[in-house]
Design a protein around this ligand. Structure first.
Ligand SMILES: [Zn+2]
Ligand SMILES: [Zn+2]
Length: 301
């Protein structure tokens, strides 16, 4: 019997749906760089081992007239070298497939790299950071707590030896704004409400969720690794216990944020929720032009 989390109480009516004034031309674009071969059983409690889920590894490109942002970076050009620095057991357990790195895809799409103002990390784990060195000097926006965790040798899951050589251009996110949809604080990147980060600690000490509102009020929530597949939220199930124990910094904190997101999804039913590894969610974004990767495929339900 899979343990379903209790239904959270609805967001109080006193909490408003925040206003956003997204500029014309703003867009959200999927940049898939490859997959990790996994199963639903790995992704969420009660998932089947026969339900193959190729985890999306990649980026989302937010186009904004004040500067584009890549949310996470997907597989980078050095992935083989990077993986070789990981513990042997990890290497054995990680079956990945690289399609095309974000930098290569942007080049193929004849993208103007000067438009990029930074890489915004949902959290500082290897599969979200591998591509950063392909964008030398580009600011890397990260929460203070994850930046600290990244330098903590106890932190699980980074190519430590490899990343030590990289001069990261860190920029710490400051959550100067007040409450936002039930989260205690927020950071409004361009001051127009179109890109808003909130701290959502649990999976890592400083994980963040990025709310993106496009013209016509099309709303997305990029939830990083809060859950690995949408079922974590739609069925209110956490990662399986052993994986939670190994992979989550604070499982209880993560659970609270899952429930908070469930309340938000009830309040905003057309919110498009994007777990960082769910291909189905990225299929609801525009693709880059002129790019041939193996493309997004829908996982089995
Ligand atoms: Zn992670
Ligand atoms: Zn991840």
């Amino acid at each position: 019997m899979t343990k379903q989390l209790p239904m959270p109480s609805p967001l109080p009516e006193s909490i408003p749906i925040p206003k956003a004034d997204p500029p014309e031309g703003m867009d959200l674009v999927a940049v898939p760089t490859g997959v990790n071969h996994r199963t639903a059983a790995y992704a969420y409690a009660g998932g089947s081992i026969f339900d193959k889920r190729d985890f999306y590894i990649g980026s989302a490109l937010i186009k904004h007239p004040q500067g584009d942002l890549l949310v996470d970076s997907g597989f980078g050009r050095d992935i083989v070298k990077q993986i070789a620095t990981m513990p042997r057991l990890f290497q054995k357990m990680t079956k990945y497939e690289v399609w095309k790195t974000a930098a290569d895809q942007l080049e193929a799409a004849e993208y103007d790299f000067d438009r990029l103002s930074g890489i915004l990390l949902t959290h500082a784990h290897w599969d979200h950071m591998s591509g950063i060195p392909d964008f030398p000097d580009l600011p890397v926006l990260v929460s203070r707590r994850d930046r600290a965790a990244f330098h903590n040798p106890e932190m699980f899951g980074n190519f430590r030896g490899y990343f030590q050589e990289i001069p990261f251009n860190w920029r710490e996110l400051i959550f100067e704004g007040g409450p936002y949809l039930g989260f205690p604080r927020h950071h409004d990147v361009y001051g127009d409400g179109s890109i808003v980060c909130v701290p959502a600690p649990g999976h890592t000490p400083g994980s963040v969720i990025v709310f993106v509102t496009l013209p016509k009020q099309v709303r997305y929530a990029l939830v990083g690794d809060l859950v690995w597949q949408r079922e974590g939220l739609t069925r209110r199930v956490e990662r399986p216990f052993p994986i939670r124990r190994l992979g989550d910094f604070d499982a209880e904190g993560n659970r609270q944020n899952i429930l908070r997101m469930v309340s938000i999804m009830q309040r905003i039913p057309d919110l498009i929720v994007v777990p960082a590894h769910d291909q189905r969610a990225f299929a609801e974004m525009n693709p880059l032009p002129n790019v041939t990767t193996r493309g997004l495929t829908l996982s089995a339900q």
